[in-house]
Design a protein around this ligand. Structure first.
Ligand code: MGD
Ligand code: MGD
Ligand code: SF4
Ligand code: MO
Length: 755
């Protein structure tokens, strides 16, 4: 190479560790201690089986994040009102001393259930701040844990009621064997769901698969890959699936042998004992059971907005083109009754016998069925209480009133309200949680949550609510080990590219200093440096997998690929030999009907079979008279949730705009590029309208992740969808229904004129 500037560069291999949907090889080109450019996987062999792990725009633009002038540089303490965003620089000494004092006080006064580590996904490394804080608090007496994720809580909770596990996904390489691929609310071309997922879909298309996208948006995936786009009203996927089941049953297209052999609760002849007649799935679909409503395509047309002929065509296509893969993203389940679509999808997969076979797909959660063991930092939390990750506002207000009915696990009732929050690398205190206005009011009350610690890179809306705000390091500035986001048979070593800037510190570094103040240094560190702990993780991994490379080799290569001959097929063993490999459900079968759900005795909201339940703030809610538009907040390529929102390069790549259909815009006199106000009873948002045929009439979208920026009147000036979302946990998962919202929109000048 003749270019001397290139010769002077050192290339460091790492990977992003934020919650971006992927994990890629990211190569930092470092010169004089600064990253001068970023490239990706361009050396390793690029095969169909092992495509390179090439990065997307976000890590490629990471220089503009790393060297952003607004980056938090020093520890700070709050000087204004909580949430106001006024801070004063302090020393690490003072910051850690204050945190230690409050931790001691709150632990002594209220016990471990008052200490909460909030859901925060900015750092998914094996040795993240979250991990270290958990370890320290566990040693100190414990902390209130959470279960579930804002990502997939509903499908995670629901899928095991059908299959006994969430691991219902086959390898993506297997999609080349599918004749038909139906993507329901799944947009991996922009919303990465495992690095290379869109690539595998492309391969399947090249191999002849027909691809159908069911989504209120004509998504990037639909644009790039779909043979057909079927727009659907949000919250109504189960209605569509019910009607497809109706067509399949009435036209006798179901795989009856499969149903009779592997399934429980499909028809009245295969029900658990003791259940009254009329409660099978088939009775529900045909309307011969308890509700007497046949779930016909005409019935589903009213809710879904999909013409009945299309529903009939889709049902026939799925039943007759085997093998077929009905794949659901997480969009359809981030809704009021988000538990239903994943079980409805699994029901269809079972009816068509598409489970456990090449080219099929079991639907449901779709988490990969093949798991590889990688070691972890030991954490032994003596406090057994856990809440759903979405229930923390209630646990702040009235924790001691919450028990099993509200999804509390590990104890019958909580013994304390949350008093101390550690929010380390997350923006879910405000921005990414529901109802920002309501949540801000709650967090503003210092008598409730008494002390809040935040670690971040920027003064985000959640960071503004910190009492002590700490400047974290980022993935270019540390070493770690990280796993694929979901699918992918590899592990990555993250090498450090550059030193931390200003007074930003690594988590192990400052939490070790905090451990010292809690007199737990020896227990916490076990005499180990961070590198020793990374070696420990590799050693643990090698104990289970002797083929795993040495620490040195892993670090040098930056990636380890698990080797397999064949793609994994979920439930292959069960389908080939059910007697020796029952499904991990109570009955050992695929459960259309779940006795466990029946016993919950909440049939209207948590039925024992999958059903369409019309959502509050869905298309059938009378509130549509006032707020006629369904507002979702899809994930976009330019952000990792709220990350990169303050980034000019990303704004240039994809500006934050409000998606509205040509039809709805015209009705309101809104032109493309005009400022509009989107509002409901919970808040107001100002944003520029993108008037587009790429969203169906009746539906609008504020891409999620815009930074909540209320003006003096509380009107959000940047477009945080959660200004408009409702805080109402779903009935089974106690999770976030953040795509279920009704709103109205008006031209801004019109609103101002009316004032
Ligand atoms: N670029 C990028 N990639 C990401 C992320 C990111 O922030 N940016 N985040 C990552 C994370 S943590 C997660 S959890 C995943 C999120 O992945 P998803 O939850 O799957 O993403 P969403 O954009 O919320 O929804 C996917 C699609 O569902 C559609 N949709 C919404 N409601 C419905 C409905 O009721 N029915 C149907 N059929 N479709 C519906 C949306 O229009 C969208 O096109 O993405 C990961 N990947
Ligand atoms: N309305 C609506 N709300 C949603 C969603 C939706 O679809 N609609 N999606 C939900 C989903 S799927 C998820 S997963 C959540 C995600 O919600 P969050 O977990 O809050 O994710 P981010 O917005 O990416 O916030 C990560 C924060 O960590 C900081 N950070 C990044 N890396 C590091 C690090 O190494 N160290 C430190 N100290 N800080 C770091 C970033 O600056 C950022 O502020 O949002 C949920 N919220
Ligand atoms: S998918 Fe994630 S890890 Fe890969 S380049 Fe994009 S942001 Fe980075
Ligand atoms: Mo997520």
């Amino acid at each position: 190479m003749t270019d001397t500037t290139f010769q002077e560069e050192t290339i460091i291999r790492t990977s992003g560790s934020h919650n971006c949907g992927g994990r890629c090889i990211v190569k930092a080109h470092v010169k004089d201690g600064r990253i001068v450019r970023i490239t990706s996987d361009d050396e390793r062999p690029d095969t169909d089986k092992r495509p390179q792990l090439r990065g997307c725009l976000r890590c490629r633009a990471y220089r503009s994040y790393l060297y952003h002038e607004d980056r938090l540089k020093y520890p700070m303490k709050r000087i204004g009102k909580r949430g106001e965003g006024l801070f004063e620089r302090i020393s690490w000494e003072e910051a850690l001393g204050t945190i230690a004092d409050h931790t001691k006080r709150i632990m002594a006064e209220y016990g471990p259930e008052a200490i909460y580590l909030s859901y925060a996904t900015g750092n998914a490394g094996k040795t993240s701040e979250q991990v270290w804080m958990r370890r320290l608090l566990a040693l100190y007496g414990g902390y209130l844990d959470y279960y579930g994720t804002y990502s997939s809580a509903c499908t995670n909770a629901a899928t095991p009621y059908t299959y006994g596990t969430v691991n219902s996904g086959s390898s993506r390489e297997d999609w080349v064997n599918s004749k038909l691929i139906i993507l329901m609310g799944f947009n991996p071309a922009a919303t990465i769901h495992g690095t290379n997922t869109a690539y595998y879909l492309k391969k399947a298309k090249e191999a002849g698969a027909k691809i159908i996208c069911i989504d209120p948006l004509y998504s990037d995936t639909a644009v790039a890959l779909a043979d057909q786009w079927i727009p659907i009203r949000p919250t109504t996927d189960s209605a569509l699936l019910d009607a497809m089941a109706y067509v399949i049953i009435t036209e006798n297209l179901q795989d009856q042998v499969f149903l009779d052999t592997y399934c429980l609760g499909f028809d009245e002849d295969h029900m658990p004992e003791g259940i009254p007649a009329g409660n099978s799935y088939k009775s529900y679909i045909l309307g011969t059971g308890t509700d007497q409503v046949p779930k016909t395509p005409a019935w589903a047309e009213r809710s879904t907005g999909i013409p009945r002929e299309i529903i009939i065509q889709l049902a026939r296509e799925y039943a007759l083109n085997k093998p077929g893969a009905l794949i659901q993203g997480f969009g359809p389940q981030r809704h009021a009754y988000g538990e239903q679509p994943s079980r409805s999808g699994a029901a269809l997969a079972a009816m068509t016998g598409n489970i456990g076979i090449k080219g099929g797909w079991a639907s449901g959660c779709g988490s990969p069925c093949r798991k590889q063991y990688v070691g972890s930092i030991p954490i032994n939390n003596p406090c057994k209480a856990a809440i759903s990750m979405y229930m923390w506002p209630l646990a702040i207000q009235k924790g001691t009133e919450l028990g099993k009915r509200e999804g509390v696990r590990g104890v019958d009732k909580l013994s304390a309200n949350i008093k101390l929050i550690f929010n380390l690398a997350g923006n879910c205190l405000i921005n990414q949680h529901s109802d920002t206005n309501g949540t801000a009011e709650l967090l503003g009350d210092e008598n409730l949550a008494q002390f809040i610690v935040v670690s971040d890179h920027f003064l985000t809306s959640s960071a503004k609510f910190a009492d002590i705000l700490l400047p974290g390091d980022n993935f270019m500035e540390r070493e770690d080990i990280v796993l694929p986001w979901s699918a992918g048979d590899y592990v990555l070593f993250m090498n450090k590219a550059v030193d931390t800037v200003y007074e930003c510190r690594n988590g192990y570094d400052w939490i070790r200093d905090l451990a010292e103040r809690l007199e737990l240094t020896a227990e916490f560190t076990q005499g180990k440096t961070l590198e020793d702990w990374l070696r420990f993780i590799v050693d643990e991994t090698r104990k289970e997998n002797p083929g795993f490379p040495s620490y040195e080799e892993f670090k040098e290569k930056g990636v380890y690929d698990w080797e397999y001959e064949e793609p994994a097929i979920a439930f292959k063993e069960q389908i080939e030999d059910l007697r020796h490999h029952p499904f991990p459900t109570p009955s050992g079968k695929i459960e259309f009907f779940s006795s466990r759900l029946w016993e919950l005795d909440k049939p209207a909201e948590v039925p024992a079979i999958p059903k369409y339940i019309p959502a509050w703030e869905g298309p059938e809610d009378p509130l549509r008279g006032t707020y006629p538009l369904q507002c979702i907040g899809h994930h976009t390529k330019r952000r990792v949730h709220s990350m990169f929102d303050n980034n000019d390069w990303m704004e240039e790549a994809e500006a934050q705009v409000f998606w509205i259909s040509v039809y709805d815009a015209k009705k309101r006199g809104i032109k493309n590029g005009e400022k509009v106000c989107i509002y409901n009873a919970r808040g107001k948002v100002i944003l520029t309208a993108k008037v587009t045929p790429r969203i169906m009439p009746g539906v609008v979208s504020i891409p999620q992740g815009g930074w909540w920026s209320p003006d003096k009147e509380g009107i959000d000036q940047r477009g945080c969808i959660n200004t408009l979302t409702k805080y109402q946990p779903t009935p089974l998962a106690f999770a976030n229904p953040q795509h279920t919202n009704l709103v109205e929109v008006a031209k801004l000048d019109q609103m101002e004129a009316e004032k």
